[in-house]
Design a protein around this ligand. Structure first.
Ligand SMILES: Cc1cc2nc3c(=O)[nH]c(=O)nc-3n(C[C@H](O)[C@H](O)[C@H](O)COP(=O)(O)OP(=O)(O)OC[C@H]3O[C@@H](n4cnc5c(N)ncnc54)[C@H](O)[C@@H]3O)c2cc1C
Length: 334
């Protein structure tokens, strides 16, 4: 699953799938064992580890290009019921120092931990001291998917970074962690525009840029999310699944989130500005489930899929030669 419970499992898995278990068990599509799929010709195909393996390879990251998936079979894992969940908030004045420490910690953390460093503006909630309300902050959120006591010990180094303005960490039901972000993404009442880029690292120049861009974000709901990658997610080779290269240690999610249509232009422009400024720090690839408005479509497909794009195009010619399924991150058959 992703980290917001209402997100559809279908599109999420077909595009990869990043959740709280990503560093322990990989992408959602890595746990996909088989799919039933209706092809453009109206045929029902079951693709799995024994039949139509090429098609299973393609739907592990290649999106909705090959047909309508009517059934997903996943490998499942025991988690919880309780897990240790860290939530640590830092003042904007400390942002550069704590992000530098986070970057050093994140690349050595155990696979059970999946975390984010989020640049944001403090909401007006009682857990955060009033003098910080509405000001830029950095929030670390991290889940340890193993035994809760071990989780507490292994998340201690993250909580020991700097001098937090609030530390709300503790043992929680896994299902509550899974719902943690839900209230930040109400359907229908907010407006969203998201892009992303995989990062080669978290150098000081990048941290400086992110801190400055967060300070000028046009809505207090906008965030810049450093997704910790690595662990099991990074172990399959670039050609093992359609998803492509997995070597980046971080993904930077650019989230323009806002309330009024009056702010559409400013928020989209802010996100595009961050996206452009990230170029020197990026692998070139991006997460295709956060595609903005597909503006960079052709370049994004080539840099993200790399050589896999040619194999995907060959399968597209086989399963959907007329490009019936094209309203997506489109693999063209020609
Ligand atoms: C609030 C929110 C939070 C998110 N959080 C995360 C996250 O934590 N991790 C993450 O990895 N992503 C996340 N995403 C991105 C998410 O992965 C994509 O938006 C994804 O497309 C959602 O899947 P869906 O089934 O709702 O897709 P839809 O919006 O219904 O469809 C998107 C595309 O997916 C394909 N598709 C969908 N269903 C099928 C099907 N049955 N057969 C074939 N093709 C299909 C089609 O190409 C379709 O155009 C989030 C998105 C939102 C809005």
């Amino acid at each position: 699953m992703g980290v917001v419970t209402q997100t559809g499992i279908a599109g999420l898995t077909l595009g990869g799938g990043l959740g709280w278990l990503r560093r322990k068990y990989g992408l959602s599509c890595d746990s996909l064992i088989s799919v039933d799929l209706v092809t453009a010709a109206g045929e029902v195909v079951t693709a799995g580890t024994e039949h139509d393996q090429d098609l299973l390879w393609a739907v592990r990251g290649g999106g909705g290009n090959f047909g309508v998936v009517t059934s997903f079979e996943f490998r499942a894992y025991p988690v919880g019921p309780d897990v240790y969940f860290a939530q640590v908030l830092h003042a904007g004045a400390d942002a550069r120092a704590v992000l530098r420490s986070y970057g050093e910690w994140a690349v050595t953390a155990p696979d059970e931990i999946s975390s984010f460093a989020i640049l944001w503006h403090a909401p007006e909630i009682e857990e955060i001291p009033a003098e910080h309300h509405g000001t830029p902050i950095v929030v670390f959120v991290a889940m340890h998917s193993g035994d809760a006591a071990r989780g507490e010990a292994e998340l201690r180094p993250l909580r020991d970074i700097g001098s937090p303005i609030a530390d709300l960490s503790g043992v929680q039901p896994y299902l509550d962690v899974q719902r943690f972000f839900d209230e930040d993404y109400p359907a229908h009442t907010m407006r969203y525009y998201w892009k992303s880029r995989y990062l080669t690292g978290l150098p000081d120049e990048l941290i400086d840029m992110l801190v400055k861009r967060n300070e000028i974000s046009p809505s207090p709901h906008c965030t810049l999310d450093v997704w910790q990658l690595g662990g099991m997610l990074s172990r399959p080779g670039a050609r093992d699944t359609a998803f492509g290269d997995r070597s980046a240690p971080f993904l930077l999610g650019i989230e323009a989130n806002w309330e009024s249509p009056r702010d559409d232009e400013a928020c989209v422009e802010w996100a595009r500005g961050v996206y452009a400024a990230l170029a020197p720090f990026s692998t070139g690839a991006e997460y295709l489930n956060f595609p903005g408005a597909y503006e960079e479509h052709d370049r994004m497909m080539r840099t993200t899929f790399g050589d896999n794009l040619d194999r995907l195009a060959a399968l597209k010619r086989q399963y959907d030669p007329d490009n019936l399924f094209r309203l997506n991150q489109n693999v063209r058959p020609d």
